[in-house]
Design a protein around this ligand. Structure first.
Ligand code: TXA
Ligand code: MG
Length: 346
């Protein structure tokens, strides 16, 4: 496949019943070493043949991603796990029986067939079976594991629809399979099975509680303490452009948010507020966007990245984000918001 195409080819695909001609076309591109962006149930992936060194190196250059951040290999059939990983613990079987296809990525010792470029030089590999008919058919017809990070530029927000992929990567990927909005909107949970107790490396679509139900309490390290909220004690006058403030879920959360919004507005800043539906009318003079209802955090997770992306087009000086209770999917959302603060942009 040629590099530097002017525009990517975009195929609209029916996500429940993918048109085979389009899938086979995209699978051939993968076989020839090209790049295909495709939907999974979590976010869109930027896919290449996971056993082709050159194709995988293109993923890193297109994403502008450092070579030491490893890729996830996507498979369409559970038994392929045994070709790609070794020393697979007994518990892995219970996990894949329960959660695959689905948003759980397992880290295991890698087999020799996997090129070093995929694992960023590590001797472990991350593998998952996505729960999306387009993704599964693409992998099946490509007849190879597909290496795929989220299809966004490095440090950007993961894409939850084809337009996000176009915004970030148009022209640098050969084909974009547009299967509409993804169903979860947040990435997979990454679980390291090479350490004891097993360790969650990234919170995602599968929550800790559900992993514990399968693994038993003692088998999983307690991750919660690591996922702390940053302090939000800075003053409006030291606010740099594009800064985000995450306001914790407390009884006085709304009034704290209102107070901050007012302070920033008084100091001449353009203020964005990412709020729940219940709070949307409480911030006069601000650019308010609704992430979802407080009563439905799964929808808030689904809308998180697209809402953050839409703020980055608003030219705001500061974003005040309404935080959520650190429990289940709420904890995952808080973790992503926290990462966003570290990135320093809305
Ligand atoms: O939902 C998802 O997981 C999406 C879709 C496309 O499948 N993919 C995704 O990939 O989010 P990416 O590359 O954006 O994030 C993969 C994460 C990274 O944080 C990476 O460090 C971690 O998985 N990872 C990959 N291989 C690893 C390994 N061998 N050991 C530890 N962490 C690993
Ligand atoms: Mg990513």
């Amino acid at each position: 496949m040629k590099k530097g195409l002017k525009e990517s080819i975009i195929f609209k695909v029916n996500s429940a019943h993918p048109q085979l001609e389009k899938i086979k076309n995209a699978a051939n591109v993968i076989k020839q070493g090209g790049l295909v962006a495709f939907p999974t149930e979590t976010v869109y992936g930027l896919g290449a043949d996971g056993l082709n060194i050159k194709a995988c190196s293109r993923i890193f250059s297109v994403k502008k991603r450092p070579a030491n951040v490893p890729l996830i290999l996507h498979i369409a059939c559970k038994k392929h796990l045994f070709d790609l990983a070794k020393k697979i613990p007994r518990e892995a079987k219970d996990l894949i029986d329960r959660f695959w296809p689905g948003p759980l990525t397992l880290v295991l010792p890698k087999s020799r067939i996997i090129p070093q470029i995929v694992t960023g030089g590590l001797d472990t590999v991350a593998i998952r079976m996505p729960n999306n008919p387009i993704a599964l058919k693409l992998i099946k017809y490509a007849q190879t594991p597909i290496a795929a990070p989220s299809a966004n530029l490095f440090r950007g927000h993961s894409p939850t629809c084809a337009q996000h992929v176009i915004d970030d990567l148009n022209g640098n990927v050969d084909i974009i399979l547009d299967g509409g909005k993804t169903s979860l909107g947040i990435e997979s949970t990454v679980l390291d099975l090479t350490v004891k107790p097993f360790k969650i490396l990234r919170l995602g679509g599968i929550i800790e509680k559900d992993l514990r139900k399968i693994l038993g309490k003692a088998k999983l390290a307690d991750n919660r303490k690591k996922i702390k909220c940053p302090t939000n004690n800075f003053h409006p006058s030291v606010c740099s452009p594009g800064k985000m403030i995450l306001v914790e879920k407390t009884k006085d959360q709304t009034s704290k948010m209102q107070e901050l919004a007012l302070q920033f507005r008084m100091s001449g800043k353009k203020v964005g507020v990412m709020a729940t539906k219940e709070n949307k009318n409480k911030f006069n003079g601000c650019v308010v966007k609704v992430i979802g209802s407080e009563k439905d955090l799964n929808t808030c997770a689904l809308n998180l990245f697209s809402t953050l992306r839409s703020f980055s087009r608003e030219n705001i000086d500061v974003l005040i984000a309404q935080g959520f209770k650190r429990k289940d999917i709420g904890l995952t959302i808080m973790n992503r918001l926290q990462k966003n603060i570290k990135k320093g942009s809305p």
